[in-house]
Write a protein that binds this ligand. Structure first.
Ligand SMILES: [Zn+2]
Length: 374
């Protein structure tokens, strides 16, 4: 059987995306045809390929066939998951009808990926804070941050640090993105809510539970009840900072006593582009002054501060070679002080901008990122 040129083009796009370390492939119908664009290190790139109107239907159909989407169906949202022959990746696929046709976004998941706290590339101080958070036998550990801020990766890395041979670990995920050996993973979705799944999981005698997200009162209350009855619960919550996590929980009906007794660790995370060593350039004095003013900080030494060369080089993608997590967190002692009313707002051990500053001083990120993370 011969492969159609459109199927071939799709396979080429996936290969290119893989080679460029792209996280997503966007297939976007337009007034004049179809654009294929890639997201690399968090940033959308100029179209990898553009097809004319005459190829639109054939190409979209080929993609639907290759990614196990229903071909005969159009006009409604669909999702699927598939693997790709010859590449160590899975694709999580989402289709949405738009004005000019069906747009398809493919998230690339590295199926051979191994999680490790040492792979997170965070400073030692942050690492020890994270490690402490999973040494508690029970309690709630929360990481907040926008979509795509790497908080799930951080939670998975923490989970993989827990001794799976001596603990029963169950995860509730919407959807399950990575399969981890030795852990029971439950898919949560439209039919089973986090709260329903959490209630069922508590009868499965777990030690550690990962709840993909706490987004309603019922899940929040169940998570804190699970913590109070001897479970370690790891989860994410929608909030802008480690301090805002506490306010968010209060909004979700968790009272101060329960917060004080059960919340062990509250963090906020962002991902920041990692500079290419080959082409980044020294930061200009004007930029350094601007960052210093905005961050309320004066730099003692400015030699190591770098800026991104957006033209890039053969080693990188527009001056960037990956992304680094920036994490701020509040430890239990400070959460307790806050819950006792001793502080109006608990202070993060290290703020997001301080954490970014450390990376900028190490020359790993563009100094201007210090202003962007707060
Ligand atoms: Zn470069």
């Amino acid at each position: 059987m011969t492969t159609s040129p459109f199927t071939e083009l799709f396979q080429k796009a996936v290969k290119a995306a893989y080679d460029l370390n792209a996280s997503d492939i966007h297939i976007e119908p337009t007034r004049t045809g179809v654009d294929i664009r890639l997201r690399v290190f968090g940033e959308m790139q100029a179209p990898w390929k553009q097809l004319g109107l005459e190829h639109k239907t054939s190409f979209i159909s080929a993609v639907k066939a290759e990614t196990k989407l229903a071909i005969g169906v159009s006009g409604r949202a669909q999702d699927s998951r598939c693997s790709i022959d010859g590449l160590p990746i899975d694709l999580r696929v989402s289709l949405l009808p738009t004005l000019f046709g069906e747009t398809i976004v493919l998230r690339i998941l590295d199926s051979s990926r191994e999680f490790g706290i040492d792979k997170l590339m965070v400073p030692n101080s942050t690492l020890s804070g994270l490690m402490q958070s999973i040494e508690y036998p029970s309690g709630v550990v929360l990481i907040s941050g926008p979509t795509g801020s790497g908080k799930t990766t951080t939670l998975y890395s923490l989970l993989c640090k827990i001794d799976r041979t001596r603990k029963k670990i169950i995860t509730l995920e919407d959807p399950v993105e990575y399969v981890i050996h030795g852990i029971s993973q439950v898919r949560v979705g439209p039919k089973v809510s986090f709260a329903d799944a959490l209630r069922a999981v508590l009868r499965q005698d777990p030690d550690v539970i990962l709840v993909g997200e706490i987004r309603d009162e019922e899940t929040a209350s169940l998570a804190f009840r699970a913590a109070a009855t001897g479970h370690l619960v790891l989860s994410t919550v929608h909030a802008n900072s480690a301090a805002d996590v506490i306010g968010r929980l209060e909004n979700l009906g968790i009272d101060r006593d329960s917060l004080r007794d059960n919340l062990r660790f509250s963090a906020a995370q962002r991902l920041v582009p990692k500079l290419c060593r080959s082409c980044s350039k020294p930061a200009t004095m004007a930029t350094i002054c601007r960052v210093g003013e905005a961050a309320g900080f004066s730099f003692d030494h400015t030699d190591s501060l770098r800026m991104r060369a957006t033209e890039g080089c053969s080693d990188c993608q527009a001056g960037v070679i990956g992304r680094l997590p920036v994490i701020e967190y509040i430890k239990q002692a400070d959460i307790e002080r806050h819950a006792r009313g001793e502080t109006s707002k608990p202070l993060a051990t290290l703020s997001l901008s301080d954490a970014a500053l450390e990376l900028a001083i190490a020359g790993l990120i563009d100094v201007r990122e210090v202003m962007n993370v707060g």
